[in-house]
Design a protein around this ligand. Sequence first.
Ligand code: MN
Length: 357
Amino acid sequence: MEMTLRWYGSESDTVTLEQIRQIPGVKGVITTLYDTKPGEVWTRERIRAMKEEVEDAGLHVAGIESVNVHDSIKTGSQDKDLYIDHYIETLEHLGQEDIHMVCYNFMPVFDWTRTELARMREDGSTVLAYTQEAVDALEPEKMFASIAGDTNGSVMPGWEPERMEHVKELFAMYRDIDDEKLFENLKYFLERIMPVCGKYDINMAIHPDDPAWSVFGLPRIIINKANILRMMQMVDDPHNGVTFCSGSYGTNLENDLPDMIRALKGRIHFAHVRNLKFHSPTNFEEAAHLSADGSFDMYEIMKALYDIGFDGPIRPDHGRMIWGEKAMPGYGLYDRALGAAYLNGLWEAIEKNQKRA
Ligand SMILES: [Mn+2]
């Protein structure tokens, strides 16, 4: 595996490349062109400029998170092929610039859902949190406004204000889309992009839906082992793979995370590793990465990744806000750096133990 950190670009991130470079064991960043809209073609010039900026800081681009998929593709609208053509063009440009991993998601309307962005924990740190009761009490259009005050001035991925202004229209677009239809649209998209992925050796890594169940009556398909294996089989190409995100699949306590990792051998192209602390099955918060701070056995997750020979980029996922830092919720420097060091420590121990056995 290669330890990385997500970075939103110098215009949008409070964390600098210079800071990232000083985290032990981190040589790569997972980045994006944060100001591009879904459906827009990424030019080679902009991709190259981004790469050069990262390389000038002594790091490298280990992959992209995300190239977002236009809603017309997800809903299978008449103009879907135009947007798939644009997506293919972006992939070509990324491949020509020697970038070989692209994370994306196929979630309708909301990229991910939390009901609090700054829940206070006992130690005074703040974390993102979710309760089903809070979601059930909200009108979907009010979801954004209900959390907007806690973003520390950041634009949250998937929650861009201009997108949220159209949330009613977005809901209307998905009115006739159920899980089956969404699977069908995903299959169509993947079949069309696989040739360019083959040509440039680009690993597509779908991010799971978060939380891993339906919210606001919207279809959700990338939620459990059965569905993700169905997706792997329906387009059986090694470039059709997954982002294994422990904090997203882990929202559903029925998901056995190490078992899922083992079932996805060869198809995990990117890993997000973080811990959650459950108060009930539908009330959880994002804990520190340390096993003892949350509900997951982080050793078993890393061990499963080791056992399947995972060699892609990995990153600590959302961190807590600690030590007075003001940053995009989940994406401060300090706790993610602690997370990277901890995950690196687990990996080193697993690796050495294995070699001595
Ligand atoms: Mn994730």
